[in-house]
Design a protein. Sequence first.
Length: 420
Amino acid sequence: MKFILHNLRMIWSRFRSNGWVLAELFLVFVVMWFLCDSLGCLKYTFYRPLGYNIDHVYRLTTIIGGATSDTTLTNADRYLRALKKLEQEPSVEAAALCYWSLPMHGSNSYSSLAAQDTIGVNARVINTTGGYINVFRMSDDPQRPFVKTPSGWDNVMLSQAAFDRFQKRMPTFSLDTPLSKYGDSTSVVTQGGKIEAFRTYRYGSGAPCFFYRMDENLIKTHFTDEWAQIVFRVKPAADGPDYRTNFIREIAPRLDVDDLFVADAVPYTEQQLQFEVMNGDTDKVNSQAIVVLFLLVNVFLGLIGTFWFRTRRRRSEIALRLAMGSTKNQVFRLLAGEGLLLLALVTLPAMIICYNIGVAEFTIGRTELISTWPVEWGFVRFLLGSLGAWFLIALMVMVGIWFPARQAMKIQPAEALHEE
């Protein structure tokens, strides 16, 4: 306590010069909080679990064209036969056929369901066969798995995000709550189990989806001539760098059906990268990272320079303290304590400003400055950003004090007394 009071008296005695340092630390804290918040949200969003797995997953590229030997075949017939052949391949663990329902694909369809006729939720529609969950290793209800859900649009499985939207508007909502098609109160849609939380992609938030299982009859009836997507998961032991080449050369010809030809099997990791580039996220994140790093370097150099110059100006004082019997460790603790105390004095006012900036951005502007990534604003996020900013600034202060202080401590006491 005496040490802190002594430092406070030293700061007050040099208030004119310390006032500028306090102002700089205040501005630096606000800027550093923004940088830590941005980078923290980016890292958190990018690395948190997707809720599904795309390792060892491939998407078939098919072509339909040319002369047909059976004019009675529809596109649905061709895709279903290709799917059956694919499921029989020894290297394939699971396969699925779907329509506008692949993650990170850009081809989507949406619809709305209602609870109690008026509480509606709009979500992406996943029309797919039962193998979809196994291909992407999503987590469904083991008591009511998706593969056993009755086929058709009168039976649905909600994703966790869709379930949460219903529950937010209707606290008593449960899996037993009957649903209807929005705008059609006479229809009845029965819920199955629930798909555990997953995200649209690495920069996305929770995905509200309605899962509908399709059987052969439904596909042949309602998707007669539509273009379908087929995805499959390869057994880990069979997958490898050469699998794609071997698949095209050996397996693809066996999957051809009439005038449907399998041209390629694209790893889903490539699909992920292409989607992020086409969606603009890669460029946006790269630009944001460059700006953040540029500001971080400038703040780092500026703050270190300030404390470096400030410590060098007190070279004679440092040497004089050594001449009067203080140890080097005592002098360094005194200087470091003064620097950290200056930072502590501006921390609370700066945090108040930072918190109000965050609240204003989310309640008024929702600009790209803070809401770039879908991380929910809250006190924990604010506190983590503030702690990160404080420790980074404290590190810069310590570096800015340590090196010039170390050099100043080498001065001879006689020289220090002479200068004094």
